[in-house]
Design a protein around this ligand. Structure first.
Ligand SMILES: O=C(O)CCC(=O)C(=O)O
Length: 259
């Protein structure tokens, strides 16, 4: 199997993304994809995630990352077949192929709920160099990651919608190199307001972060991330994959997971 055969099988075609959407990924470093899932799916995702949060309690998120002021859940692919929809969505896979023309695989699928009054993050990129020469790869558009926000309840400026700074995947330094206070607004940042059912795919080199949830409700999102095929995933699917998950996956799904 190769990536192109697999993606064709999963419904990706040459015109799955419009030229404007491809341009947005290139120029802004992100693209907004509307109506990626229905209201019924939204309700089902929320119900299942809240059930998992209840079951996992203090341990929720330990497989990847825990963060004060939020409920995090990780390794979702092993936790319910409903999440297969996220890593196999043709429009998101087309974004991943655009970002990694030489091939990619799943990095992780996690969720992040910002609690009321919490959730504000420093502006950051989801990647940092291990050595200075890593920047040469970024300059050559050999990117280290792509992530996506699966908006589960309408993102507003009040409830902690993610902020992103367009074009920062091509500035070749990190926010901490130029900002004294990374909680402060940054010139040109965009607050990603949008309805549930929207997915925002973004280059992991883009500067972004959650903002403060000023409402009395949770602000809910899932993060579906991909990475270059030859690298090691945040949630190494080969090690984590449970037998019952492996059993139900098609060969194309296994390929995308890198197992
Ligand atoms: O959930 C969000 O709004 C963004 C989260 C994020 O950027 C992160 O946790 O690294």
């Amino acid at each position: 199997m190769d990536i192109h055969t697999v993606l064709y099988e999963l419904g990706v075609r040459d015109d799955t993304l419009t030229p404007a959407e491809n341009r947005s990924l290139d120029q802004d470093g992100y693209v907004v994809l509307e109506n990626m899932f229905t209201l019924d799916q939204t309700a089902a995702f929320i119900r299942r995630l809240e059930q998992l949060a209840e079951e996992e309690g203090d341990r929720a998120g330990v497989e990847a990352h825990q963060e004060e002021g939020t409920i995090r859940l990780a390794d979702l692919i092993n936790k319910d077949p409903m999440f297969e929809y996220c890593f196999t969505h043709p429009r998101l896979l087309a974004c991943a192929l655009h970002t990694f023309p030489d091939g990619f695989k799943v990095d992780s699928l996690n969720a992040r709920f910002a609690l009321p009054g919490m959730g504000g993050q420093m502006l950051h990129a989801d990647w940092g160099p291990s050595q200075p020469s890593d920047w040469d790869n970024v300059k050559a558009k050999r990117y280290y990651g792509m992530n996506s926000m699966w908006i589960l309840n309408d993102f507003t400026a009040e409830n902690g919608a993610t902020r992103i700074v367009p074009g920062t995947h091509r500035v070749f330094h990190l926010p901490q190199d130029v900002m004294h206070d990374r909680f402060a607004p940054y010139p040109g940042e965009v607050i990603l307001e949008g309805p549930a059912g929207t997915v925002v795919a973004f280059n992991s080199h883009c500067w972004q972060g959650g903002t403060l949830n000023r409402t009395s409700d949770l602000r809910r999102v899932m993060h579906m991330a991909y990475r270059p095929r030859e690298t090691t995933s945040l949630t190494d699917q080969g090690k984590h994959l449970r037998a019952e998950t492996a059993q139900r996956l098609t060969p194309a799904m296994r390929y995308v997971l890198g197992v």
